[in-house]
Ligand binder design. Structure first.
Ligand SMILES: [Zn+2]
Length: 60
């Protein structure tokens, strides 16, 4: 069984500013996602409303 297939979110996107992050299991921290060579940092002033789009969904 691959260790990377745990029941944890692996990606999240802010619905407000568009910041996108991916989970780094090695460092156990979120890293800014890179799409098309661009870092999806969004706004540093945003409070971030995360839309978890991984397999982990604890809410209805
Ligand atoms: Zn945000």
């Amino acid at each position: 069984m691959p260790a990377s297939k745990l029941q944890t979110p692996t990606a999240r996107t802010c619905e407000v500013c568009g910041r996108s992050e991916v989970w780094n299991a090695d460092e156990e921290s979120w890293r800014v996602a890179v799409e098309d060579g661009e870092r999806r940092v969004g706004s540093i002033y945003c409070i971030h409303e995360w839309d978890i789009n991984g397999t982990f969904a604890p809410f209805d």
